[in-house]
Design a binder for this molecule. Structure first.
Ligand SMILES: C[S@@+](CC[C@H](N)C(=O)[O-])C[C@H]1O[C@@H](n2cnc3c(N)ncnc32)[C@H](O)[C@@H]1O
Length: 443
């Protein structure tokens, strides 16, 4: 009889977390457990080894599908897309006069790919421009390849887009027009695996959009993936993360482009040729991914524990399928100019690659004395404390930030996180810190 694992599903959680890069939330662990419990034969060492072997690829994919968050929308985060169009796409089209190569990494069911194709068409990009969509989930990609959406999905899409770029398909559904569809391609790719895709003829991508994917990742996987994505950018190429995934530790070779509604990261013009940074737990993928098969498991690379600031939003899995929090009513922005200035200074220093220092913590504390409801600053303070191992103090700051968000006192900040996302981020951070701190002592 197969030996049974001592702590039942723990090693399965750890393996799935390592393969996906995700920091699994309690909800994801529960979903995984439900899936594992439904399996006849129980959990055994053999089954774990099976999941780790090429023969277990399909079973592992099912487990990953059970926990992956595939929430997406057409024209998701319109203000960010507007900034992308004005500050990145239009200048690129004017400057480059050649087909552009875009990659939507973690494209889920294809809405982001369709959105990028429409944006390219609207800015008059060369008609041979392409968009590659990749995702870890083949199930999501099956839908993505259709590039076909329901009428409801167009409710928040800018007016005229549906009429210009989509055609009626089956009842109540609209499909992207043929000449744009032809510019899309899809590939099953796990961001934890190397090699990463390249554009045609091994070129780098002009724009890589990886939004709402890395927010679920562990900080180590987040950093590794960002470095690997940066390695796949063409010189002067642009990396687009979501507003909830700002880089407070911009990797070498990337610089931050700031706009009121969005941040982008640009690769230096003279950057070295693309390399494959190996993400933590990376496995060279078998050919099922569509990428060259390289075979054996890679040695797990450990990221040196960085003394830089944590990236806001990197550690908190969001969108876990639980009901989305209500958008809070932000307080009056700009009501505390001194607090805003202090917070801005900490961010300025952090995005230019500064080391986490006691001064940063002090500045944040001062800022919070002036405005206790600047929840983004309190969240950042929590992250600094957490990074230093002051878990109880960190949890306290996260809780206070969450409270002011929940009661609607939190003031919106033009930086990084919107309050609805920040609320989820705080809740997840509390969960994470409490788990790391272990069970509360008996009273
Ligand atoms: C919330 S969706 C984001 C979709 C789209 N980018 C957007 O912002 O609307 C996250 C997607 O990332 C994918 N994903 C999660 N882990 C991944 C990994 N390790 N490699 C590639 N894709 C991954 C999930 O399957 C899911 O489709």
């Amino acid at each position: 009889m197969a030996p049974t694992l001592p702590s039942v599903s723990g090693p399965f959680h750890a393996f799935v977390a390592r393969r996906t890069g995700m920091a699994l939330s309690d909800l994801q662990c529960r979903r995984l457990d439900e899936k594992l419990a439904a399996r006849p034969g129980g959990l055994s060492v053999q089954y774990l080894l099976h999941l780790q072997s090429p023969a277990g690829t399909a079973d592992l994919a099912e487990l990953i599908d059970a926990i992956a968050v595939q929430k997406t929308e057409l024209f998701r985060d319109e203000p960010q897309l507007r900034a992308l169009r004005t500050h990145v796409l239009e200048p690129m089209v004017a400057r480059m006069r050649r087909p552009l190569r875009l990659w939507s990494a973690g494209c889920a069911t294809g809405e982001e790919v369709a959105t990028l194709l429409v944006l390219l068409a609207e800015v008059g990009a060369d008609p041979a421009s392409t968009v590659l969509g990749t995702d870890i989930s083949e199930t999501a990609l099956v839908r993505a390849r259709e590039l076909c959406f329901t009428a409801e999905q167009f409710q928040r899409v800018p007016s005229g887009v549906r009429e210009r770029w989509f055609m009626p398909a089956a009842v109540g559904r609209y499909t992207l027009v043929g000449h744009l569809r032809d510019r899309a391609s899809f590939l099953c790719h796990n961001l934890m695996d190397v090699p990463y895709p390249t554009a045609a003829e091994g070129q780098g991508f002009d724009i890589i959009v990886c939004r709402n994917v890395l927010i679920y990742f562990t900080p180590e996987s987040f950093d590794r993936v960002v470095a690997a994505l940066a390695g796949r950018l063409a010189p002067e190429g642009v990396l687009v993360l979501s507003a909830a995934e700002p880089l407070l530790r911009t990797p070498p070779g990337l610089r931050t482009m700031r706009f009121e509604q969005a941040f982008f990261y640009v690769r230096a013009p003279e950057s070295a040729p693309s390399t494959d940074a190996v993400p933590l737990g990376a496995v060279r993928t078998p050919s099922s991914s569509g990428l060259p098969a390289v075979g054996a498991r890679q040695h797990l690379l450990k990221t040196p524990s960085s003394s830089g600031l944590p990236a806001v939003g990197t550690r908190q899995p969001l969108d876990t399928g639980s009901a989305a929090p209500a958008e809070v009513q932000p307080g009056e922005a700009g009501a505390h100019p001194e607090a805003d200035a202090l917070f801005a200074r900490v961010l300025e220093w952090a995005t230019s690659g500064g080391e986490a220092s006691p001064q940063a913590t002090e500045s944040l504390r001062r800022c919070l004395t002036l405005d206790p409801d600047l929840a983004a600053a309190r969240y950042l303070l929590g992250m600094l404390l957490e990074q230093r191992g002051a878990l109880a103090e960190a949890a306290g700051e996260y809780r206070r930030a969450l409270r002011s968000l929940e009661v609607g006192r939190a003031r919106a900040t033009p930086f990084y996180l919107n309050n609805a996302r920040l609320q989820v981020a705080c809740a997840r951070a509390i969960e994470r810190v409490e788990r790391a701190a272990g069970p509360a002592p008996a009273r």
